[in-house]
Design a protein around this ligand. Sequence first.
Ligand SMILES: [Fe+2]
Length: 359
Amino acid sequence: MAVATARKSANGKPTHPGPKHNIDAVREEYYERIAKRNMTPLWKVMNSIVTKEPKTRCQPVVWHYDDVKSLVMESGGLITTEEAKRRVLILENPALHGESKATNTLFAGIQMILPGEVAPAHRHVSAAIRFVLDGEGAYTAVEGEKAFMSPGDLVITANWAPHDHGNPSKKPMLWLDVLDFPAVNFFETSFAESFAAPTQDTTRKDGDSLSFYGSGVLPDGTPAMNRSPVINYTYARTRPIVERMMQAGDIDRRHGARVRYANPVTGGPVLPTMGAWLAMLPKGFKGEPYRATDGTIFVCVEGEGTTEVDGEVLEWGHNDVFVVPPWKRYRHSAPKESVLFSISDRPAQKALGIWREGK
Ligand SMILES: [Fe+2]
């Protein structure tokens, strides 16, 4: 009696599949009926949502700086920074058209600020890393410090930190902006606000944060935070370190002589959502293959070379930006001594326990 009851639905109709030749039609009718109740069978989608290996929509892609610079410069005649708020051309992964993403979790764009311009103060939950490509003497004001920037500098803007940019120099400045807002928007946690005054007061001198926190000593009582207190990791300080590592033979066979930009208080990443690295590849470097689950944005800071990604060869030279998608096997080659900067969401993946690497 109990079995007979279990085979009947609430309206008394039998729910067993019926004759075998009719099973597909019965199942379809069932799927349509449960869809009206906002339900769907896991067994139809199991293989696509629990994949054996990472599946990415992201493609390998390179943006050559000659093209990028001339197009960004052209935008200077089309719109002012005051109108645009931020004059940025988005580097959009061709497989993610219309989504403002370089990888599934990272935004990348090239920002330009012309002499005399100010990009007004605002703040947002998305954190940013700036990597300077061109120009000299524009600044990012953040965390009370007006950090003047030079090519190769890495400037961080943490979650909810008010920031503005200005260019008192006589030359345009261009930099790569990388923000975590695709990840922030995945969690649907974006907040942002502008300020009435276009610039903020700064109380620290340029270089204070690097001096205070990046010199092997710390202001006594410095609390541990999940983001670095250093604002500008200058190329003038970081490049000699990778050069020394290379001369000392401390060269990773996959990555070259590489440093990780670190929070000097904790040893952790510069930001909880994004990590960055700088690597020097010796002349004639032929890297061993590597892959990891964090899709990575690279910048060629010096030199030239190629990166083979899953059989596709990306050629890069000075200030070119390129993307290696998650879990795609890649290897760098450099015919001459070269420097590569890179950035990814590895800290976020590691914090969640989902990061993996392999050959
Ligand atoms: Fe911003």
